[in-house]
Ligand binder design. Sequence first.
Ligand code: CA2
Length: 148
Amino acid sequence: MRMLLLNGPNLNMLGVRDPAIYGTDTLEDIERMVVGHGAERGVAVDCFQSNHEGALVDRLHQAHGRYDGIVYNPGAHTHYSYALHDAVECIDVPVVEVHISDIAKREEFRRHSVIAPACVAQVKGKGKAGYLDALDLLIDRATEGDEE
Ligand code: CA2
C-alpha cells in the first residue's frame, strides 16, 4: 500500500512562527512522524509540499492510479481553490482533508472548505495527530475494501 502526504501553501513555515496555533513541530518533523507511522503499519508514504496551486494540481493528477490514499492539508487553498477541489474530484484516489487548527472556530474566512465536498473525510483541530488519524482512516478504508 502506498499513500501520499500533501501539504499546501505556508505549511513549510510550520514551527517557525505562531506555535500557539500550529505547534512547534516543523513540516519535516510532521513528515517524519507520518512516514514512521506508515512504516509501522506496513504502508509507504511519499511527501510533497508546495506553495503553488498548479504544482499541487499536477501532483494530484499524478497520484491518479498510483496511490491508495492522500492525506492533504490544503492550507489557505481550502477556503477558495475550486481548481484544487476539481483536482481532488477528478482522481480515483480517496483524499482526507486535514487541518492542524480547528478551522470551524477561527476567522470567518477559514470556516468554509471548498475542498471538503470532494474528500472522503475531514480531520480538524487535533494538531499534528490529525495527520495520523487521517492516515489510519485511509489505511483502514483500503484494508476494509480488500476484505470485502
Ligand atoms: O489549520 C490548518 O492546518 C490550516 O490548513 C493551516 C493554514 C491555514 O491557512 C488554514 O486556514 C488552516 C496555514 C498554514 C501555516 O501558516 C503558518 C502561519 C504562521 C507560521 C507558520 C505557518
